[in-house]
Design a protein around this ligand. Structure first.
Ligand code: ADP
Ligand code: MG
Length: 303
């Protein structure tokens, strides 16, 4: 079976679409998945996708407090919420309330990264929305353990020249040599949001010196179903945005397999869903299909 453990998404300053990409990938993901909001700018999923209808009382901040008491693992699942009502296979770990809270979770990132990698033993894949990623330099990037441990870090970029220019600076700051050798080694991978305006995913990846998992369609109306919780129209599930997610997911799985084979890291264990980190909801072993499209999400709360 194809195993994908930890996939992060990040963007350079001024190149949006990352949270929407993380959501559409999580909703279409074919296996149990946890989406982690690790954007230092604060949670946007509770206010957007959930339309502000859920209290922001769970997530990274309470988890950081639990960690300070040595209870990270025991409290982990209690800090998540269902991403889709009545679907135990899709969960969200909400992010921080605002950028001012970032220092409160600064010590959490390393232990959290290890905890997320361990979830693989329970057969759960993890998508992490990093939001804007630092270019190194003056601002310390506390989330470096997440970046390092990820099987892939999808660098999302628009296809307009200014988007590509800022993204190129980010990639350059994180790969010492942008050449074929670096392309083999780095876990950074390009994900284009809205190709053809005018550049396509292949051209962009070449400019960045990265491999690519392809692109998500430019689809403003259906993107708002995810980014601001607009009601999903009848055509949402067959919209360009949703349809473009499937091939991207396949390429993520494919690249992860190849990368692991290359570095001989293999799946990090041989089990298939019975590990100690599996949350209670997964105990029946039934992996539900990704039938997220069009379901109402306003019933959040505990699974
Ligand atoms: N694929 C897309 N096509 C069209 N508009 C999009 C797409 N993805 C995101 N958007 C829009 O761009 C804006 C920012 O999206 P968001 O995902 O929140 O970006 P980020 O997380 O990078 O800040 C939102 O208004 C959203 O609806
Ligand atoms: Mg975002």
């Amino acid at each position: 079976m194809i195993r994908v453990a930890l996939v992060a998404l990040a963007n350079a300053k001024g190149s949006p679409g990352t949270t929407t990409a993380a959501l559409v990938l999580a909703l279409q993901w074919p296996r149990p998945v946890l989406l982690v909001e690790a954007d230092l700018a604060g949670s946007s999923i509770l206010a957007g996708y959930f339309r502000g209808q859920l209290p922001h009382d769970r997530g990274l901040q309470p988890l950081a407090i639990a960690h300070s008491h040595g209870d990270l693992e025991a409290s982990f699942w209690g800090q998540t919420i269902p991403l889709v009502r009545n679907d135990p296979d899709k969960k969200l770990l909400p992010g921080i309330v605002s950028p001012h809270t970032a220092p409160a979770v600064a010590n959490l990132w390393g232990p959290l990264a290890n905890q997320l990698v361990a979830l693989e033993r329970g057969g759960i894949d993890v998508l992490v929305d990093l939001g804007r990623l630092g270019t190194g330099g003056v601002v310390r990037e506390d989330r470096e353990p997440l970046v390092r441990l990820a099987d892939q870090v999808l660098i999302t970029t628009g296809s307009r020249l200014p988007d590509i220019a800022v993204t190129r600076e980010l990639v350059k700051s994180r790969t010492s040599v942008v050449d074929a050798a670096a392309r083999e080694l780095t876990n950074l991978t390009a994900l284009t949001v809205g190709p053809g305006r005018p550049y396509d995913a292949g051209e962009i990846a070449r400019t960045l010196g990265l491999g690519t998992v392809g692109s998500l369609a430019w689809d403003p109306v259906n993107a708002e179903v995810l980014s601001v919780g607009s009601p999903a129209g009848r055509r949402y599930s067959t919209s360009p945005l949703v349809r473009s997610a499937g091939p991207v997911i396949s390429r993520i799985q494919d690249r992860t397999e190849k990368r692991r084979a290359r570095f001989a890291t293999g799946p990090r264990d041989g089990g298939s869903g019975s590990g100690p980190h599996r949350p209670p909801e997964y105990a029946d072993g039934g992996s539900r299909a990704a039938q997220a499209a069009g379901q109402r999400r306003d019933g959040g709360g505990r699974a």
